[in-house]
Design a protein around this ligand. Structure first.
Ligand code: 3PG
Length: 208
């Protein structure tokens, strides 16, 4: 499975209640986003993944996965891909054993090389904005033809097009359409509106 071919925009979610999961997923789908990364930063993350795994049409992944035992927990809950802030070979190998794609964060060429050595073809760049934005990814991707990058951290509606203009970037990731304030207030229409806007912007830059 290619995570980055699923949708050009991957929302990163922090849930404060597992009850937010299904309305959130429905709001994303209504806006044209069919993938979501639910982080393990809160207690609601794992049950939220389980709830979204049962939502037709949605591909749910886990984020902020830092230990191999987390991989087992999220896959058992229904996660279909695993995102990490950095590159940890034990996490990558546990993902391989469990048969789920890993999307580890990279910031340097050495981390990319570690991912390539593990057979990966897709990685996340984190925190993309602070690392130097699209120019950083253009330079980082040059020695790795065929490798695909997903920027995350500091990406927004105004900058996502600059990333997607790079041939090595099929998708971007961010939280601007799923902010905790929006979820806490139940502003699902706003989630849908921001999602549709993001998909429209992606479509204008080589997306589906
Ligand atoms: C994160 O770490 O939460 C993701 O990289 C998203 O970052 P953002 O909130 O800057 O979009």
């Amino acid at each position: 499975m290619s995570v980055l071919s699923t949708c050009p925009v991957v929302p990163v979610v922090v849930l404060d209640s597992a009850d937010q999961a299904v309305p959130l997923g429905e709001a994303l789908l209504a806006g044209g986003i069919e993938v979501v990364e639910v982080t393990l930063r809160t207690e609601a993350g794992l049950p939220g993944i389980a709830a979204l795994a049962g939502l037709a049409g949605m591909t749910v992944g886990a984020g902020s996965v830092v230990l191999p035992e987390h991989v087992d927990a999220v896959v058992d809950a229904g996660a279909r891909f695993v995102v990490s802030p950095g590159t940890a070979v034990p996490v990558l190998r546990r993902c391989a054993v469990r048969g789920v794609p890993a999307l580890p964060g990279v910031a340097t060429a050495s981390e990319v090389m570690a991912c390539v050595a593990e057979g990966l073809t897709e990685v996340k760049v984190f925190p993309a904005g602070l690392l130097g934005g699209p120019a950083h990814i253009a330079a980082l991707s040059a020695p790795f033809p065929g490798l695909r990058f997903m920027p995350s951290g500091g990406v927004g509606p105004e900058t996502m097009g600059d990333y997607l203009a790079l041939p090595s970037v099929p998708a971007v990731s961010g939280s601007w359409m799923v902010g905790r304030d929006l979820l806490g207030a139940g502003r699902w229409d706003e989630v849908t509106a921001r999602s549709a806007d993001a998909v429209a912007r992606a479509t204008g830059h080589g997306g589906p």
